[in-house]
Write a protein that binds this ligand. Structure first.
Ligand code: GLU
Length: 284
């Protein structure tokens, strides 16, 4: 049974980019006769904005989206992430790292703490060894995608030195715990997927199918986000916003008297093959 999800980070109100991601995951799930859930990705608590979660859920509702189970919050699932980290430690693939941000460098982590944390008095992060690994998968839009983990990403953090679990670990644990069969999300996460596949492999979790859609960028080529001051969705023209999101996804235009009616018609017409194979694009 198909089960999809929309996993917003509650850092601010939904913008056109998040509407596109929500819409793609919703239509793909509904067209398959599947379930669709919403998960609040609030692991990075310092970045969460007060009441952003409520605001996002109200907006989704007003745009006609319906989810089939209570919304899950990552902030309440720390124990599951901790258990996963313990398993990774037992496996011998995780190691403690005391490097500061500056010591770790901006690029590939040089592996300074691989044989032992250099300064055990500092708060420790935990990293995963990538060695000579390559991970590959078939994306439903982008086709074959391959990454040399050690060369392109390097040993990556799963528990930060501030005690917060990293997105890469949380998303893998949650997708498995919630029995997600299909991940549909923005193509800015294409290059995160191999790390997630590797964690699934290490934790012996099932691998979902993946479909990445282009991310919406502004005129300067930046991904729409709170940091780039993305405008909020136009609440007075929900149908117009939905239709623009459909066009962005290469889908046929839809008429409809209400947002739900547009969603219903778009579900019937949903054609993932028409999604542009581009990492990003601007709103027309
Ligand atoms: N929370 C992530 C974001 O808002 C999405 C994660 C995912 O879909 O895997 O960018």
């Amino acid at each position: 049974m198909y089960k999809g999800r929309f996993a917003p980070s509650p850092t601010g109100p939904l913008h056109f980019g998040s509407l596109v991601a929500a819409l793609a995951s919703y239509l793909d799930a509904r067209a398959a006769g599947g379930e669709w859930i919403v998960r609040m990705e609030d692991v990075d608590t310092p970045r969460s904005a007060p009441n952003a979660d409520i605001n996002i859920l109200q907006t989704l509702e007003a745009f006609g989206f319906q989810w089939s189970a209570p919304v899950v919050y990552q902030g309440q699932r720390t124990e599951m992430y901790r258990a996963a980290l313990e398993r990774l430690k037992k496996h011998g693939v995780a190691y403690a790292c005391s490097c500061s941000r500056r010591e770790a460098g901006a690029g590939i982590y040089p592996g300074t703490c691989r044989e032992g944390a250099q300064n055990a008095e500092r708060p420790l992060a935990w990293r995963i060894r990538t060695d000579g690994l390559t991970a590959a998968f078939e994306d439903r839009v982008f086709g074959h995608y391959r990454q040399h983990l050690a060369r392109d990403v390097g040993d990556f953090v799963v528990l930060r030195s501030d005690g917060l679990f990293a997105y890469q670990l949380a998303v893998v644990v949650d997708d498995a715990a919630q029995r997600i069969t299909d991940v549909v999300r923005g193509a800015d996460l294409l290059d995160s997927t191999p790390r997630q596949l590797y964690l699934q492999h290490l934790l012996q979790l099932p691998r979902p199918r993946y479909l990445h859609v282009p991310v919406v960028t502004n005129e300067a080529g930046e991904k729409l986000s709170k940091q780039t001051f993305a405008p909020t969705l136009n609440a007075r023209d929900r149908i117009g916003e939905l239709r623009a999101a459909l066009r962005f996804l290469g889908q046929p235009d839809q008429e409809g008297a209400t947002p739900s009616a547009v969603l219903q018609a778009a579900t019937i017409a949903w054609n993932p093959q028409a999604i542009p194979r581009r990492v990003s694009a601007t709103r027309e």
